[in-house]
Design a protein around this ligand. Structure first.
Ligand code: SF4
Length: 443
């Protein structure tokens, strides 16, 4: 993570007007969100004029059904896929495999996860939780080939395994970083080139993407690309930026005979109509998780659904409900680092705070927690009582630490804290006492 934040800082430092570009990027995304229906309609018209078939999906289940139907109606047997977070939202791979289709991930990180049976832990670096040694051992076991020890050797081996699938697939599925309303283009930003092969080699290309990904013009794209690649990987530009506009023409040397774009709602209009709509500005750069001290410690899988990190703590409860994911907005120190680096200025800490308030108002927090917060509020509003209570608490914790000064088991609702580790016992003095002591000796 430190490396990711370091390269972003270097890249941003080279662009003196980066703050102005951030403001422009946020304004573009807000303009889109205020006129979403009009831009989506414009995109549909422009894409259809270039031979693209546009589908509208309300839910993840609809996405899966539409993609399966396209495959079955065209006699598809093998599908290659480049990275798509929406595919993760709807568990598309699993659904297509159940329908008897052979689906192969082609992004290196996604390929590693597919053969290890795992889910992504980061939105742009899906296998970031795996070490080089983990991947070497996995490839040796799955590929049945001698162990490789360097990253270039492993990349070569993955390329060798994937190449036959690129050549034999009937259909390619991709996500989309942006949809351009004025031209009807699907834009894909990648570093590996697999996206370009997935979208141009098979006879059918299906792009699946959320309704919020549309932007008005190519000029707007140039602003957002400057923000996206620098914020994501610290690159001035990524290795491949593909603009896919329509099906293969009579004089084109490559490209699909059929192109489909599946535009998906899956709770996004609910988010749009709520006081959390700023979250839809997101351009999926991953910078918020790269700079989040909580993500750094707990990793992406702990967030429990597709989107980890601060944006996941906002999107997941908004998409699957606060009842199911109400813990996530609490998985933050509210240090503000995510908002500082977000290229489209999403006020992530404010949104997490709003979700905490909603959770409180709807009484979704456990009764014991609400009671203890009320008790704490009562004591904290009375300075003398507060001083007495903290003094007693500090002495009690010191006593519980015993001779080894470690608390092995906290009581009641606090016991989770010591389930997996011991808590170092405090000195027995309150902050006020320590502060007074230090002040007395002039420190
Ligand atoms: S919330 Fe901002 S920083 Fe996080 S992924 Fe989205 S655009 Fe990037």
């Amino acid at each position: 993570m430190a490396r990711m934040s370091g390269v972003r800082a270097d890249a941003v430092a080279k662009v003196p007007n980066f703050e102005e570009i951030r403001t422009a990027g946020a304004a573009i995304r807000d303009r889109v969100l205020s006129n979403l229906d009009a831009y989506l309609f414009q995109f549909e018209q422009a894409a259809q004029a270039r031979g693209v078939i546009v589908h509208w999906a309300e839910t993840g289940t609809d996405v899966n059904r539409i993609v399966r139907d396209i495959a079955q109606q065209n006699g598809v047997k093998k599908i290659i896929k480049s990275k798509s977070m929406l595919g993760e939202e709807s568990s598309l791979n699993h659904y297509l495999q159940e329908a008897g289709l052979d689906v192969r991930e082609t992004d290196l990180g996604e390929y590693i996860l597919q053969i290890s049976g795992e889910t992504p832990s980061h939105i742009i670096a899906p296998a970031i939780h795996k070490s080089k040694e983990d991947v070497g051992e996995l490839f040796e076991r799955v590929h049945q080939m001698p162990r490789k020890h360097t990253i270039p050797e492993m990349c070569r081996e993955a390329r060798m395994m994937l190449r036959p699938h690129f050549l034999s697939a009937d259909m390619g599925i991709s996500g989309a970083n942006f949809l351009i309303a004025e031209t009807g283009s699907v834009v894909i930003v990648t570093n590996e080139g697999n996206g370009r092969m997935t979208t141009t080699m098979p006879r059918i290309h299906v792009a699946i993407t959320g309704i919020e990904k549309v932007i008005p013009t190519l000029e707007d794209l140039s602003v957002l690309l400057r923000l996206l690649t620098r914020s994501a990987t610290g690159q001035a530009t990524s290795n491949y930026i593909s603009m896919l506009t329509g099906v293969r023409g009579p004089n084109d040397s490559d490209g699909p005979e059929q192109m489909h774009v599946v535009i998906v709602d899956n709770h996004r209009t609910e988010l749009l109509a709520s006081d959390m709509r700023e979250a839809l500005r997101c351009i999926r750069c991953g910078a918020c998780m790269n700079h989040c001290p909580v993500y750094e410690v707990i990793g992406g899988h702990t967030y429990g659904w597709v989107y980890p990190g601060p944006i996941g703590s906002v999107l997941t409860p908004s998409y699957v409900g606060l009842e199911k994911a109400g813990e996530l907005p609490n998985a933050s120190t509210l240090c503000g680092a995510c908002a500082v680096v977000c290229p489209v200025k999403i006020p992530l800490p404010d949104l997490m705070r709003k979700l905490r308030e909603k959770s409180f108002e709807r009484k979704l927090r456990p009764a014991s927690e609400r009671l203890s917060m009320r008790l704490w509020g009562y004591v904290a509003a009375r300075p003398k009582l507060y001083a007495l209570a903290t003094k007693l608490g500090a002495r009690m914790l010191q006593w519980m630490g015993g001779e080894d000064k470690l608390i092995h088991k906290l009581p009641g609702g606090l016991k989770e804290w010591t389930n997996g580790r011991d808590m170092p016992a405090p000195s027995g003095k309150t902050f006020r006492e320590l502060y007074a002591e230090k002040k007395a000796v002039g420190k």
